[in-house]
Design a protein around this ligand. Structure first.
Ligand code: RAM
Length: 336
């Protein structure tokens, strides 16, 4: 009897194990035919275009339909009408890089209520507005590394400024907060952050702001521009200025936009991650959410095609990986 019971119990155990593993295998499958939209900060920023390329590559591999829609300026509320349209269209998921952490919240909530899954990428919205935030790298690490690099370039001494994106950008503001924390350390006592200027992720405005910083602070030794639009505009300005090679410029840029400035000695080093991988990862995350495989809880895992397996961290954050530092020794190995 006991023997029989044990056999029955182990058969039941085995059966439930098989069911459980079948469920977990099936649970990782992404539904075909999903519609996944990417709403970047602005559509005419090369960085966003590369991220969009990663989204569309992944969605294609998943057998879904993707599109990239968005404003031509990175204004705080210019993304709202796009969210509303995508909600009406009943997209399965929206991947959004926010120009403002709060301005989009009520509209994203409405989209979620209507059944659209929300994934923030690159620049977060408030935690209430999305299930996941796909972050390019650890925000604290990005901020601190920018100051460390600047210190090395300007010999730890002198005035420097930050040329940021828009005043409300979640990502830049978070990085700047960590830059300021890093600057509290005694080793930076001879460095002074004199101004945070905003080029609004607009090429012309960033160019003019660079000129303004140089005029207002004649002793300026460096500029950190943690935006691909800002750093390339500042590099263009400096490349024809007598300060070329004297005023140190670093920040976050795409290798393709910065290559000529590295080669002609305007810039020594800068950093970034692969924006295409960021979009690719966000699209897989969106696919898994829309298929019910994950909900955004810390500890859940999912696979992202060629990028492998990811685990969701606290507050629904998923980190792509560590950034790369580019200089004249490695820039030619990168094409994005
Ligand atoms: C710009 C945007 C983007 C940021 C990069 C580094 O393209 O502001 O949000 O992540 O720079």
């Amino acid at each position: 009897m006991i023997f029989k019971f044990n056999r029955m119990a182990s058969a039941l155990c085995m059966a439930s194990f098989l069911v459980a593993s079948a469920v977990s295998v099936q649970a990782q499958e992404i539904k075909k035919g999903l519609s996944i939209a990417f709403l970047p900060k602005q559509i005419n920023n090369p960085y966003n275009v590369i991220t969009g390329g990663g989204v569309s590559e992944a969605v294609k591999a998943l057998g879904g339909k993707s599109k990239m829609v968005g404003p031509s300026d990175a204004g705080a509320s210019s993304q709202v009408s796009y969210i509303n349209t995508l909600t009406t269209q009943k997209q399965n998921a929206i991947i959004v890089s926010a120009n403002d952490p709060n301005a989009l919240l009520p509209y994203l909530k409405k989209a979620s209520e209507a059944g659209t899954k929300i994934v923030a990428v690159d620049s977060d919205v408030g935690e209430d507005g999305r299930a996941l935030f796909i972050n390019q790298a650890n925000s604290e690490g990005i901020g601190r590394a920018q100051v460390q690099l600047m210190a090395k370039l300007m010999g730890g001494k002198g005035e420097f400024a930050i040329l940021s994106a828009t005043p409300n950008a979640t990502n830049q503001n978070t990085w700047i907060k960590w830059m300021q924390e890093e600057l509290e350390k005694p080793e930076y006592k001879d460095m002074k952050l004199v101004k945070i200027a905003y080029g609004n992720d607009d090429d012309q405005k960033s160019f003019v702001e660079t000129q303004g910083l140089i005029q207002a602070y004649p002793q300026l030794k460096g500029i950190i521009s943690p935006t691909t639009v800002g750093i390339s505009a500042a590099a263009r300005y400096l490349s024809t200025s007598p300060l070329k090679g004297k005023l140190q410029l670093t920040g976050l840029g795409t290798p393709n936009q910065m290559r000529e400035y590295i080669k002609n000695g305007t810039v020594v080093a800068f950093q970034l991650w692969n924006p295409a991988d960021l979009g690719y990862l966000a699209a897989y995350a969106a696919g898994h959410l829309a298929s019910g495989n994950i909900t955004g809880k810390a500890g859940e895992t999912f696979t992202a095609g060629k990028l492998g397996k990811y685990t969701i961290g606290d507050k629904g954050e998923v980190i792509l990986g560590a950034p790369t530092t580019f200089d004249k020794t490695n820039i030619d190995k990168f094409n994005y």
